[in-house]
Structure formats: C-alpha cells, structure tokens
Design a protein around this ligand. Structure first.
Ligand code: MV4
Length: 494
C-alpha cells in the first residue's frame, strides 16, 4: 500500500494521516469549500476539493471520492468515523473500484448495521443479551403478550437505529400501542426502515465497550474495555480505560464475548462491541460499531498499540503480530471531548473564530485537534473541537493530570465544554467511580458549573482529601472512595 486517501476531515483525518506517514505511506486529503485551509489538507501529500461545505455535497459523495482515488492512483481508502465509515454500499463500491477499503467487509457492516441481525449472531455465539423479541414486531396484541412476559418497563428500539435514535421506554401495557406507532413512524422517517423490536429496559446502566482487532485470517483479539457512561443525550463526553469497576475476571468474560461477536460476523479490522452493564455487573450485548471510534486514544494509551496502523496492516492482509497474552493494561487513560457548545446554555452549539487556541502539553498528554488558533469553527459539521487525552499510572493521577491539562487549555472566541469537563473531573461520583449513564442529568445544571469554574483551589482539595482518606483506609489506588455504591460492593482488588 503506497498511497491512501482519507475520506474524512478534522482531527480524525489528521490522526489517520500521521500514522500513514509514519508507515511510509503517501496521503491524500479530501476537503470541502469550508475546509480549504484546514490542517488535514495542509498535512496531506495531495488534496482534492470535493465540493461545497454541506456534507451531502462533499464528504458524503461516494462517487466523487472514488473518482478522486482512481485519478490519483490511490491503493486504499480510510473512512475514519462518521460520514461514510459504516456505509456498506461505500465499502462495496471501493472494492469494486479495485481499491482497498480500510475497514471490515460490506457484509459485516450490513449485519452489524441491523440490530436484529446483530442480536441473532450474538445469540448464536452465546453472548449474553437482554430478553426481547428476536424479530421485528408490528402486531400490537403479540407485542403486549411478549412485553408482559419480559416484564415492564420495556424498550422499543429501531432495528436500523443506533445512538439512541427511535428508542421509547414503555412503563405499562396501556402505553404500548401508542408508543409502538410513534416508534415505527420515527424509525421509518429516520432510517427508511420502520422495523422495531422490544427489549427489557435497564434503568441507569453503565455503557462499557470492548475494542476488538481481527485480521483476515480468522484471528480475533480484544484490547480491553472503555468506560463510556458519561454521556449527554447519547453524545459521549468523557471516556476512560480501563473501567473503574471491572474485575480481571469480568474483563476476560466481556473480552471473550466481544471476540465471539467478531467471529460471528467474520470481522476484519478494528471494531467495538458495546455492552450495557447493570448494577450487578451483569452485561448485555447492545451493538457492534464497525469503525474506528472517536474514543480509541484511551485504548491506544493503555495498550501501546496504534489502532490505525493495525487497521492498515490488516487491510494489507497481514497477520496480527501479537497475541492475547501479549496484551496488558498499562496505567489509566481518560479522554475528554471538547465541543463548541455552551454548557451554561443547554449546550447550544457555538461557532466563530478561535481567537485564542493553545493546547496543553507535557508527559502523558495527547491532544487530537483539527483546529488551530485563528481558524473558524464551521456550522456544517460535528461541533467537536478536539479530544484531550491523558495517561498516568493510576486513575487518581489521571484525573489530576486531566484537571491540570484543562487549566492549561486556552480557548477564547468560541464557547466550549472545557468547564464541563472540569466539573466531571471534580465530581465525587466520577472520582469514586460510582456513576452510570444517568450522571449528567442527575448531577449537572448550569449553576453547578459556575461553582467549579470559579473555584480552582477545589481541584487540589478534592483530590487531596480523596488521597488522604484512601491512605487512612489503606485502600489500593483503584479502590473507589464510597462504600455505599452498588458498583463498588463487588469490586475486587486488582
Ligand atoms: C438500552 C438502555 C436500557 N435498556 N437498552 C442508548 C443508545 C443505544 N445504543 C442503546 N441505548 C440504550 N439501550 C435497554 N434494553 C439504555 C440505553 C441508554 C444508553 C446506553 C448507552 C449509553 C448511554 C445511554 C443513555 C440512555 C439510554
């Protein structure tokens, strides 16, 4: 593979091209009229203008991207995340054009793109999942019968859905019919597929996902978990690896379940298997994402593996060069997504000029950013400005490093979520490890933000008291503070 086109923009395009360059591979950027001066365009060896700013006229136009690839004699296309990354038709078109798609087969993308097909595969491979309907359901009487069997509350999900779109919680039988009508029309409108199914609803779960790597020779490995429970409206904000609550046994169990999912769809490449975890630490398969994820840096930090380089090697047909036994967790990593959104005003997206933009530095700090000082944040794309990731020996040290890095990050001109990240890092529930997907609605209001923003001294004091109490209790560093947490009760010493 001599030349690769990166069909993406921003921080991820840049991050992918950096690894390609280190592998001695020439890079081709694509860009829209809004991204003429973007760093990913300057970094690439060659760059192709796709069209106007709107994604539908640029980053999503398959034929333009393939045409550019053929013209520039590209060997491979890396789709990044978002845009065309999980589009089976694109993967197929790339292959038909005689170009290597750096990602899984269109067959695997298709299977995992349908939640029911994914669940059927998981079921066949003995992966735990929540009780529910194995097929799409439209008959109300039948649905009610099954819902009663499962027990309320139940959740209606769209088969073609993902990321929380088209989900509806049903508390009692009387509400089922109306909610089904709504879910079906919502699914039809959003995905062009009105198939829905029922699942037992888990209240306040954790979201824990497993990174997998699979080569084209039937070898599958897991690169441990990422804890992604700190979300707001299905948008992840803080991710960490490892999770504060997994035992080595549970980690192995989840990792092996994830590998079975990869095997079930004959996966090749980097993928992520998502699980819900309840308060008993029981886990259930949710879905598989067939792309490189935004939060992949935390896995890279704790494993020392460059996931993009592995994707390229797999696409070249190479065997994985390490085994499961070779993989070890080194320390603790946390990622904070910095969005151009105003946390004091209901996360209203902000645009404008990055008048001041200075990133933090030092050992164990990684910034994946697609912007530079003086650039405009455009309205057309995802509002994420950058990802700030830190790596330290222990979770407590990683939190302290993140707080220092947040303080050293200087952004002026565009409202952003740095202060919100600081709020999370300083919150007792986060520090103790006692949190779930309800963290943001439960604890966050704009008024608590002002407090954490103004009281810089609090950082040191919270951490100091945390460390102090642990020393006195002779806890290991990984043992969270609170003893009242159901998450913590079952936690074993690592
Ligand atoms: C669930 C659930 C509770 N019970 N399924 C949301 C995104 C989609 N991938 C699946 N999601 C959920 N599925 C059952 N049976 C709760 C969620 C959920 C959630 C999941 C992961 C991370 C954050 C979440 C926030 C709200 C709801």
């Amino acid at each position: 593979m001599n030349k690769v086109l990166v069909a993406n923009r921003g921080e991820i395009a840049l991050r992918i091209m950096r690894s390609l360059k280190e592998m001695g591979i020439k890079t081709v950027a694509v860009y829209s009229e809004a991204d003429r001066i973007a760093p990913h365009v300057r970094f690439a060896d060659e760059a192709v203008l796709l069209g106007p700013a709107a994604s539908s006229e640029s980053y999503l136009v398959m034929d333009k991207i393939i045409e550019a690839s053929l013209k520039l004699a590209v060997d491979g296309i890396h789709p990044g995340y978002g845009f065309l990354s999980e589009n089976a038709i694109f993967a197929e078109k790339v292959k038909k054009a005689g170009i290597t798609f750096i990602g899984p087969s269109s067959k695997a993308i298709n299977m995992m793109g349908n939640k029911l097909a994914a669940k059927a595969a998981a079921h066949a491979y003995q992966v735990p999942m929540l009780p529910g309907t194995p097929n799409a359901i439209s008959d109300k009487k039948e649905a009610e019968k099954i819902a009663i069997e499962i027990g309320f509350p139940v959740l209606i999900k769209a088969a073609a859905g993902g990321g929380g779109k088209g989900m509806r919680v049903v508390q009692k039988a009387e509400e089922l019919s109306e909610q089904m009508d709504r879910a079906i029309s919502e699914a039809q409108a959003s995905f062009g597929d009105g198939s829905v199914f029922l699942e037992k609803y888990v209240g306040a779960p954790r979201h824990i996902e497993i990174q997998v790597l699979s080569d084209t020779h039937g070898n599958h490995l897991y690169l441990f978990e990422r804890e992604c429970s700190i979300q707001r409206r299905h948008q992840k904000v803080v991710e960490e690896a490892p999770s504060a609550i997994l035992t080595p046994e549970k980690r192995k169990e989840m990792g092996e379940a994830a590998v079975r999912i990869a095997r079930a769809c004959d996966y090749a490449g980097a993928g992520t298997v998502e699980f819900l975890m309840d308060e008993n630490l029981d886990f259930f398969f949710l879905e598989m994402n067939t792309r490189l994820q935004v939060e992949h840096p935390v896995t890279e930090m704790i494993t020392g593996i460059d996931l993009v380089k592995e994707q390229v090697k797999i696409a070249r047909g190479e065997h994985l060069s390490f085994t499961q036994e070779d993989l070890k967790i080194h320390g603790h990593a946390i990622e904070l997504r910095i969005y151009a959104e105003d946390p004091s005003n209901n996360f209203l997206p902000d645009i404008g000029n990055l008048k001041t933009y200075r990133t933090p530095d030092g050992p164990g700090i990684r910034v994946d950013s697609g912007y530079e000082e003086g650039m405009d944040i455009p309205v057309y794309y995802d509002p994420m400005i950058a990802k700030l990731s830190v790596h330290s020996n222990t979770r407590t040290e990683a939190i302290a490093k993140m707080l220092r890095a947040i303080d050293d990050y200087k952004i002026e001109g565009v409202r952003n979520t740095l202060s919100f990240g600081k709020f999370v890092m300083q919150h007792e529930a986060f520090i103790s490890g006692h949190f779930d997907t309800g963290f943001v609605p439960k604890y966050f209001t704009a008024s608590v933000l002002e407090k954490s923003t103004n009281e810089g001294a609090e950082v040191a004091s919270i951490l100091a008291s945390f460390l102090h109490s642990k020393q006195n209790k002779k806890h290991s560093d990984h043992t969270p503070l609170s003893t009242t947490s159901p998450w913590i009760k079952r936690r074993e010493k690592r």
